[in-house]
Ligand binder design. Structure first.
Ligand code: ATP
Ligand code: MG
Length: 464
């Protein structure tokens, strides 16, 4: 993309209404525009990041054998009356009346709708296990929408639902989701710590929240510093293996890590040596639940069991805050000049800065870099505007592309361009072809198609 043809409405002034750094930077970098309290348009730069995050979530769900679909945002109130949540959900539920006076709502989550789909189409235990998910806009009429996309009213969320014949199978689905989520966050350059949590209005017995540590987090968290040494890395996991998934769950949840809702100071002091006890703030970026037969009992979601008798299915639900993650990543990765995108989610792979627009040699070198990178499947942002170098650097630093190639007549005389890391600020002078090769090498590991083997070991269900 050429910056002269892109739509990047950066702001010079720091917006007064934004209290936390991610909100300020998203506004300044022209990523979002507020429409009403907690409701935003995603401008092109923000939309690109949102899409990258969404894609990582899809790829990791596919790897675990979970099946994508799409449910609507507006739902009929009838199903919510069946589950009892139409009244129980409270003021966060946006209730709507259509022209025929029918009660509708803008979905804050989809347990009822998915349970209805399930009971309409699945009749036998032979169709289990089944995990369906979608990534869709949600609405919760939050009392205090704030911090930009971190606590919006309309927000983009991945929500998944597993259906299993027994509690053991459902707990395997729970563990499998925990593993999937750890890998998902790591691909976004984040370390998210699973913490035992309260279940809230979803209801249920087992639940973990995933928290990213950041000063501006809304939750107070208490943890053993040893948990921050744990990384998922490149390990191969067979998602169908009960033992492997349980092993990862055990590894990542055995050390003390709780939010203030479930924190127990006595247990904390008993379990964790004083030098490893930490108190910090955290941002919730996801949550997984096992809630047994709560919805299947209320809504009659049964399958015919092996004994021929109707058996209520065991369910769980799992959510990732896709739009909140954009803010959470910025909270975890920025400096005083702007955003620093991790390679996995960056809106463009690198920037090209032409120090002397209009200079025939500099222009030609930039065009050639642009063509070379694009031919390798990379997505560079070429700042081809007729602006002074300082302004171009400031824009690149603000929007946070991890790599920048700077091209100027002086370097070209010696056959080199400058390759700079946004994170470290370190630069090296290299011939243009080598800059292209280096950037391609950096991103090779981030190309999903090369990197992520899709697990083909779960059959797809088709229902007519
Ligand atoms: P919170 O405690 O932050 O209100 P929640 O526990 O009610 O969130 P869940 O039902 O667990 O939310 O939803 C799954 C994920 O969706 C959360 O982990 C969070 O990342 C995201 N999320 C929830 N509410 C919002 C919101 N108002 N704005 C943006 N993202 C949200
Ligand atoms: Mg939650």
């Amino acid at each position: 993309m050429r910056l002269s043809r892109f739509f990047l409405p950066v702001l010079r002034e720091t917006p007064a209404e934004a209290q936390i750094v991610s909100h300020r930077l998203m506004l300044r970098a022209g990523m979002i525009k507020q429409n009403a309290a907690g409701i935003y348009s995603w401008l092109p730069l923000g939309f690109k990041v949102l899409r990258k995050i969404e894609n990582i979530v899809h790829e990791e769900q596919a790897r675990a054998g979970h099946i994508a679909m799409l449910m609507p945002t507006v739902q009929s109130a009838d199903l919510w009356r069946e589950s009892g949540r139409y009244d129980a959900y409270g003021d966060e539920l946006l209730r709507i009346r259509d022209r025929h006076d029918r009660d509708m709502l803008y979905g804050p989550t989809n347990e009822e709708m998915i349970t209805d789909i399930f009971r309409s189409h699945v009749g036998s235990y032979k169709d289990l296990p089944l995990t369906l998910y979608h990534i869709q806009w949600k609405f919760r009429d939050e009392m205090r929408p704030r911090f930009g996309v971190m606590r919006g009213r309309e927000f983009f969320m991945k929500d998944g639902y597993n259906f299993d014949l027994s509690k053991e199978d459902a707990l395997h689905a729970y563990n499998r989701h925990l593993v999937t989520y750890l890998r998902t966050y790591e691909r976004m350059g984040l370390q998210a710590i699973p913490m035992r949590a309260d279940s809230g209005p979803i209801g249920g017995d087992d639940t973990h929240e995933f928290l990213v540590l950041a000063e501006t987090g809304e939750s107070e968290v208490f943890y053993d510093s040893a948990v921050t040494d744990l990384t998922f890395g490149d390990r191969e996991i067979d998602y169908d293996s009960v033992a492997q998934c349980a092993g990862v769950l055990e590894e990542f949840t055995s050390k003390y890590a709780r939010t203030d809702e479930t924190h127990d100071q006595t247990v904390f002091e008993q379990q964790v040596p004083q030098e490893r006890r930490r108190t910090a703030r955290g941002i919730e970026v996801g949550q997984i639940f096992y809630f047994g037969t709560k919805y299947s009992d209320a809504m009659g979601a049964t399958v015919q069991g092996p004994d021929g008798k109707p058996t209520p299915v065991h369910m769980g639900s799992h959510g990732i805050g896709v739009s909140r993650l954009v803010g959470a990543i910025i909270e975890a990765s920025h400096d005083d000049k702007g955003i620093i995108w991790p390679e996995g989610v960056t809106p463009f792979h690198c920037g090209i800065v032409n120090l002397k627009q209009g200079d025939a040699e500099a222009d030609a070198a930039c065009e050639s870099l642009y063509a070379g990178l694009t031919a390798l499947g990379l997505d560079p942002l070429y700042d081809d505007r007729d602006e002074r170098a300082g302004g171009k650097f400031a824009t690149m630093d603000l929007i946070g592309l991890p790599w920048r190639i700077t091209v100027g007549p002086r370097g070209l005389k010696n056959g080199v361009v400058e390759l700079t890391s946004r994170r470290t600020g370190e630069s090296e002078e290299v011939p243009p072809e080598e800059a292209v090769k280096k950037i391609a090498d950096i991103y090779r590991g981030h190309h999903a198609s090369e990197h992520v083997p899709m697990m083909g070991n779960r059959s797809f269900h088709t229902y007519i």
